[in-house]
Write a protein that binds this ligand. Structure first.
Ligand SMILES: [Zn+2]
Ligand SMILES: [Zn+2]
Ligand SMILES: [Zn+2]
Length: 160
């Protein structure tokens, strides 16, 4: 049974509230002030579910918020990463993307090299196999990223 959308929205709101709280606490811990600029970057990050680079975020903000420079965006994202709200992922284009980390279960990615579309997936068998391979090499894995490159369904259907 699909849950009503309002339920999901309420869940998301309370998650965002916890993310905000964590960020403000982290700022205090670092002796940094809560500024309007940092708040704007935080809110844009929270309201986006996709993978964004610092440049993407800067481009989205620059018209409405001319007082926010690229370096503010970048530094705020770094803070989000330091307090575990965001994580960095690298795709085929070598750019650094930020995605949600807070209460986000582990997942890996498929990236279309034609249009840049990303698919998130989780496969327990692959995860277990990775652990086994590590074990066989006397290696203790602490984290990993896996990216599979190729063509998405839409680009594949378009043909060469
Ligand atoms: Zn994985
Ligand atoms: Zn594609
Ligand atoms: Zn992702």
């Amino acid at each position: 049974m699909p849950r009503p959308a309002s339920h999901d929205r309420a869940k998301k709101n309370s998650k965002h509230a916890r993310e905000r709280e964590l960020f403000y606490k982290y700022l205090t811990h670092k002796g940094l002030k809560r500024t309007k600029q940092r708040d704007v970057v935080l809110e844009l990050f929270l309201s986006n579910d996709t993978h964004l680079t610092a440049e993407d975020i800067y481009q989205k903000l620059k018209h409405k918020h001319s007082d926010i420079g690229y370096s503010t965006v970048y530094r705020t994202l770094k803070l989000l990463k330091e307090c575990d709200l965001a994580r960095e992922v690298y795709f085929a284009d070598g750019r650094m993307y930020f995605e949600h980390q807070f209460e986000q279960p582990h997942h890996d990615h498929m990236v279309c090299t034609q249009c840049g579309h990303t698919i998130e997936f989780f496969n327990a068998t692959i995860e277990a196999l990775q652990d086994r391979v590590a074990e066989e090499n006397g290696f203790t894995p602490t984290r990993h990223t896996m990216v599979i490159f190729g063509l998405c369904r839409k680009c594949r259907d378009k043909g060469p």
